[in-house]
Ligand binder design. Structure first.
Ligand SMILES: Cc1cc2nc3c(=O)[nH]c(=O)nc-3n(C[C@H](O)[C@H](O)[C@H](O)COP(=O)(O)OP(=O)(O)OC[C@H]3O[C@@H](n4cnc5c(N)ncnc54)[C@H](O)[C@@H]3O)c2cc1C
Length: 581
């Protein structure tokens, strides 16, 4: 039996990205005692720090025609009508207010003027980013996410009387009471610094654990984006939705290995003259789309690149060539957009030609919530990329960071309302029960297997990228299903975990591996069930959208130990396909 340490709080927030920090601040402002737990380092882990450019908010400063109603419509339409319209409405209406909140916390938005007496007269620069119909992206240079993360961390620290930040604490289980009835009791964590199990009693838990981008071989997300929150929620009995929708960004390095997954060129540069070639030196975009060539939306570019790779025309490291030699004023572009390009010279690579492929960028699906960020498990909330429902089938640029703050604040506020409830402490027997189940993970010395978690993780990522990534079809998905299930069996008996208590990352990666396998199984299953193409989900065998049969969400929920799947008709209270938008 491991040492068990006990701790308690009113609200346990898991994750210190934008959603987690916003939730913790809001809960603390309502006098709740908060533990803000993080498997990494405060301010330096999670995908928020990587958020590169815009924060979408219909302030109407750049273009007076804009309004939250248009932001709502653009988001629903880009989500191909399967987003939860009530959540989208909250996002569009609340995002402008959060811009001012973030400025109060210290975010230096780019502005023309600064009317401190009447903030609504601040004159923010707002960048265009189609298909947002008007320019609505506030920003700070091209490091908006970093700027936000720093400001939110500073604000969290101002509340240090009420918020306790606990780094290096890996949360592996949400605990409900002995009878597993409705009541939430808190969570179990593993303190990576000591190797102890920590039983945290809490009246409410907010999942702000980010997305699952790391389930794919090529990804630009944080390495910790292993979808732990989805697995924690599912295990606790919450519902997951839209897991088939993963957004890919078309062009990321696939070589050199050290840069694999990092975005190579942002959208704004396509108009400067970048070109794509396959290994046979064919400019395939120009062949397929003579009028627009490379100047097309992310999903079409991603799909076309992937088709070349699948069609056997991949470059030596499995991508296509991104070629900048036709840009006449390369140096000027470089100077005017210093951060738009992952300027290769910074990494010791010269030339104008790079091997690129689509990179997994964002998880649209996630834990199902309502407008109060409540899940169907009383006391369990979710916000940010951990939650599903806002983006539907595809995400608009800038909506993710806005979602984090809008819904993070709501989750924190709602969770704090439970602070006066009584909760029974998590007892030792609950820990023992779990420890029995997880014997292998907690007693690495008993793990007699031969293969490390990184072996299994890289195989899983390979399967997902190849068969459940940008382009999908029935046979490949069925093969992936079989391969993941075999991988799970193999990991169950042949996993090796290096013994050791202090910062035993092998143990953490093993936890992550099992979470990732669960999530990938759901993604593949949902992708098989959805027999149409919609948004980021493209089925080669069903290339069209089918609003008659597929205006539906696919929902997963574990009941009595069994994973159940069902579809539900999408509600369209405000706008339906075919109506003017
Ligand atoms: C390269 C890139 C650029 C982007 N640019 C933009 C942009 O310009 N605009 C935009 O709107 N969006 C952008 N996005 C998306 C956006 O950055 C993310 O969706 C958003 O930051 C997610 O924030 P979050 O708070 O939900 O999660 P994260 O910031 O990922 O935080 C998750 C937190 O949970 C913790 N955690 C996870 N599991 C556990 C566990 N088991 N126990 C304890 N802690 C755990 C992590 O350590 C981390 O602290 C971009 C994404 C990428 C990859």
């Amino acid at each position: 039996m491991k040492n068990i340490r006990k701790d308690s709080c009113d609200v346990l927030v898991i994750g210190t990205g934008a959603a987690g920090c916003a939730a913790a601040i809001s809960a603390a402002e309502r006098t709740a005692k908060v533990i803000l737990a993080n498997k990494g380092a405060f301010g330096r882990s999670g995908t928020t720090c990587l958020g590169s450019v815009i924060y979408a908010a219909a302030l109407g400063h750049e273009d007076g025609r804009d309004s939250p109603e248009y932001h709502f419509l653009d988001t629903v339409v880009e989500g191909r009508y399967i987003g939860n319209q009530e959540l989208v409405k909250v996002l569009a209406e609340e995002a402008p207010r959060t811009v001012y909140d973030l400025e109060r916390y210290g975010v230096a938005w780019y502005k023309r003027g600064n009317n401190r007496i009447n903030p609504s007269e601040y004159n923010y620069y707002q960048l265009p980013s189609p298909p947002h119909r008007y320019s609505r992206g506030v920003f700070n240079d091209e490091r908006t996410g970093r700027e936000m993360q720093d400001a939110l961390c500073r604000e969290v620290l101002k509340h240090s009387r009420d918020i306790r930040v606990v780094d290096d604490l890996y949360i592996w289980k949400i605990v409900r009471n002995n009878n597993n009835d409705e009541r939430l009791q808190g969570a179990f964590g593993l303190d990576m610094r000591t190797g102890e199990i920590v039983a945290i009693t809490g009246k409410a838990v907010v999942l702000a654990t980010g997305g699952g981008g790391s389930c794919y071989k090529v990804t630009d997300t944080d390495t910790g984006a292993t979808g732990d929150g989805y697995s924690l929620a599912m295990d606790a009995g919450a519902e997951l939705m839209d897991m088939e929708f993963t957004q890919f960004y078309p062009t990321a390095f696939v070589y050199p290995e050290s840069l694999r997954g990092m975005i190579m060129a942002v959208s704004a540069l396509w108009t400067s003259g970048l070109r794509l070639y396959n290994a046979d030196e064919e400019r395939f975009m120009a062949q397929k789309y003579p009028d627009s060539a490379e100047n097309l939306p992310r999903d079409i570019l991603s799909r076309s690149i992937f088709m070349e790779i699948l069609g056997g025309k991949a470059t030596p490291h499995g991508g296509v060539w991104l070629d900048g030699s036709a840009i006449p004023n390369w140096e000027e572009v470089r100077k005017s957009r210093p951060r738009s390009f992952m300027w290769p010279e910074r990494f010791g690579i010269s030339g104008h030609r790079f091997e690129v492929a689509p990179t997994s960028h964002f998880t649209m699906g996630g834990v199902r919530i309502n407008e109060k960020c409540e899940t169907c498990v009383p006391g369990l909330y979710a916000a940010g990329e951990a939650a599903g429902g806002v983006h539907g089938g595809n995400r608009l640029a800038g909506n993710a960071l806005a979602e984090c703050v809008v819904f993070g604040q709501i989750a924190g506020t709602e969770a704090a309302k439970l602070r006066k409830e009584n909760t029974r402490d998590i007892d030792d027997s609950a820990v023992r029960r779990e420890e029995d189940k997880l014997r292998l993970l907690f007693n690495p010395e008993q793990a007699r297997g031969k293969k490390s978690s990184s072996f299994f993780i890289s195989r899983l990522k390979e399967i997902m990228y190849r068969s459940a990534g940008v382009v999908r079809e029935r046979n490949a998905l069925e093969t992936a299903q079989k391969e993941i299930s075999e991988l799970k069996d193999e990991a169950g008996h042949d996993l090796k975990i290096t013994p050791g208590k202090i910062f035993n990352y092998d143990q953490i990666h093993a936890f992550e591996l099992f979470n990732m396998m669960d999530i990938c199984q759901m993604t593949v299953k949902a992708a098989l069930i959805r027999q149409e193409s919609r948004g980021a989900h493209y089925r080669r065998d069903f290339p069209d959208s089918d609003n008659k049969d597929w205006l539906k969400n696919i929902i997963f929920q574990r009941r009595n130990g069994k994973l159940q799947t069902r579809t539900e008709d999408v509600k369209t209270p405000y706008v339906s396909p075919g109506e003017p938008s």
